[in-house]
Design a protein around this ligand. Structure first.
Ligand SMILES: *Cc1c(COP(=O)(O)O)cnc(C)c1O
Length: 390
């Protein structure tokens, strides 16, 4: 694991001025001495020193070969899909991020890419769909929002025996809990919007590669398609990453206490949190995630009604009702009406996203305050139900 020391010193002091923080190179172009003679930078779509500093930092964070910063997580995902050609196939985890589902199904299927959605928590399920056209196995672990865990090492072995690459969207675990290259993954994705930047103040995406060959291909696509992250957002993401180890550990400790609190409540049907020993994939999570499970928890309510979930998500004070996760302020959302609304209900239910499922993202507030906030929201469901019963 990268230590906090390594992380905060992975961005060097500015050679020109001694500036201890990275300068924001707010420029479109770089002056050349003679045609083609430059200081390594010619045009800001191709490269920018502030972006380079972020990309170097994330390369070290994931222990990869190189990293590439994009305007959003989805732009990062999109750049990886551009490695494919018509006729290629993808096997993707079934409760994939809603935006990735939309991109795969509604944009790339049109170009003749076939996608199989599979429950990858059983690695062997992949064998039912993998063939010589399979070019990518697309994993999220933990998944969003039901926090399923896939065995990256086992799946990488299967994938590589069919010459397929393994992509891990590592947004939920962050490199603090999990470094997929250690288990054989080929490409790592981050929505930098979430834990990396960590303050709910920007959108960003990263692709991290494991080999020279993949680095060259993604670099080409980044420049050819142009969906890069601007210098100011690169600066903010760097600043966010400096406190990532502190934040992520604190958020994980808070989430474990809240998950235990939720388990103790009569109103709750099921709690999804990989840190709970009852979680279906707890043992793999424990081994693969360094015993640290992140700040996201999902839970469903008894009776499974959307009304009860609506009352709950509109009754909290500190948990703000908003999409996204991983920031210092706690958030909650109702996936079936928000983040996962683009997935048809049948498919949603199949992958465990019930009508009452609520997702929490724990911030860095005091855990006692967050628990009181949730207690109040539970009391509101009870009051509403009493009024309805009259
Ligand atoms: C948010 C998210 C994305 C998309 O990232 P954006 O920055 O919103 O484009 C992709 N994967 C996961 C797991 C996410 O949570």
């Amino acid at each position: 694991m990268s230590s906090a020391t390594e992380i905060i010193h992975s961005v060097p002091v500015d050679k020109l001025t001694g500036s201890i923080s990275v300068p924001v190179y707010q420029t479109s172009t770089f002056v050349q001495e003679a045609p083609g003679v430059n200081k390594g930078y010619d045009y800001a779509r191709s490269n920018n020193p502030t972006r380079k500093a972020l990309e170097t930092m994330v390369t070290k964070l994931e222990n990869g070969h190189d990293a590439f910063a994009f305007a959003t997580g989805l732009a990062a995902i999109d750049s990886v899909l551009k490695l494919l050609s018509t006729g290629d196939e993808i096997i993707a985890v079934d409760d994939i991020y809603g935006g990735a589902y939309r991109l795969f199904t509604h944009v790339y299927e049109k170009f003749g890419i076939k996608i199989h959605y599979v429950d990858t928590t059983e690695a062997e399920n992949i064998l039912n769909h993998i063939n010589d056209k399979t070019k990518l196995i697309w994993l999220e672990s933990p998944t969003n929002p039901t926090l399923k865990i896939s065995d990256i090492q086992r799946i990488s072995e299967i994938a590589h025996s069919f010459n397929s690459l393994v992509v891990v969207d590592n947004t939920f675990a962050s490199p603090i809990a999990q470094r997929p290259f250690e288990y054989g993954a080929d490409i790592v994705i981050h929505s930098g919007t979430k834990y990396l930047a960590g303050h709910s103040d920007l959108v960003a995406g990263l692709v991290v590669t494991s080999t020279q060959e993949l680095s060259e291909k993604i670099k080409f696509i980044q420049n050819a398609s142009g969906g890069i992250l601007g210098p100011w957002d690169c600066f903010l993401t760097i600043r966010g990453i400096e406190t990532l180890p502190l934040r992520f550990k604190q958020q994980s400790a808070t989430a474990l206490l809240i998950a235990q609190f939720l388990e103790s409540r009569d109103e709750v049907d099921h709690v999804y949190y990989p840190g709970l020993s009852r979680h279906k994939n707890h043992e793999i999570a424990k081994a693969q995630q360094n015993g640290i499970y992140g700040g996201v928890i999902s839970f469903s309510l008894k009776g499974d009604t959307q009304d009860a979930a609506n009352t709950f998500v509109t009754s909290t004070q500190y948990f703000k009702l908003a999409e996204s996760l991983g920031g210092v302020k706690s958030l909650l959302c109702h996936p079936s009406q928000m983040t996962h609304a683009s997935i048809p209900r049948e498919k949603r239910i199949e992958s465990g996203i019930q009508d009452s499922l609520i997702r929490l993202s724990c911030g860095i507030e005091e855990v006692e305050d967050l628990i009181s906030d949730l207690e109040f929201a539970f009391s509101k469901i009870y009051q509403t139900q009493k009024v309805l019963a009259k």
